[in-house]
Design a protein around this ligand. Structure first.
Ligand SMILES: [Fe+2]
Length: 130
């Protein structure tokens, strides 16, 4: 059973963004399946892959927001930046084997699902009301 299962309620109705969000969830599940109690070399490579993909995805999202003159763009960008910084912190700590995998998975799950359902959803509401 996957650690996080995609739900239709996570869908924002923008094909590109939804596909990228689904890919992030797949990567989160890959990390969960890597499976050791602490983040080790193997799981660390999954984290790096996820950070790289998240960066690409955030750029794509921010580009659409700019095109639509989204008024909350700056705040949204800082949420993305904070996420990347936090995950990079985890990844660095993982080099010393000090990160319980469960703690990282819970952070990623809560952040991703929370961000999609609140901040990203607000943007979709903005586009729909424009
Ligand atoms: Fe976002």
């Amino acid at each position: 059973m996957a650690f996080v299962v995609w739900k239709d309620s996570y869908s924002l109705g923008n094909e590109l963004i939804d596909e990228q969000h689904k890919s992030l969830i797949v990567m989160l599940n890959d990390l969960a399946e890597a499976g050791s109690d602490n983040v080790d070399g193997e799981s660390s490579s999954y984290i790096i892959r996820m950070v790289n993909y998240a960066r690409e995805h955030f750029c794509a999202e921010e580009k659409i927001m700019k095109e639509k003159n989204y008024p909350n763009l700056d705040k949204h960008i800082s949420e993305h930046t904070e996420f990347i910084e936090k995950v990079v912190e985890f990844q660095k700590a993982a080099d010393n084997d000090r990160v319980p995998l469960q703690e990282l998975l819970e952070f990623l799950n809560n952040w991703l699902v929370g961000h999609i359902l609140t901040s990203d959803q607000k943007f979709v509401d903005y586009i729909r009301s424009a």
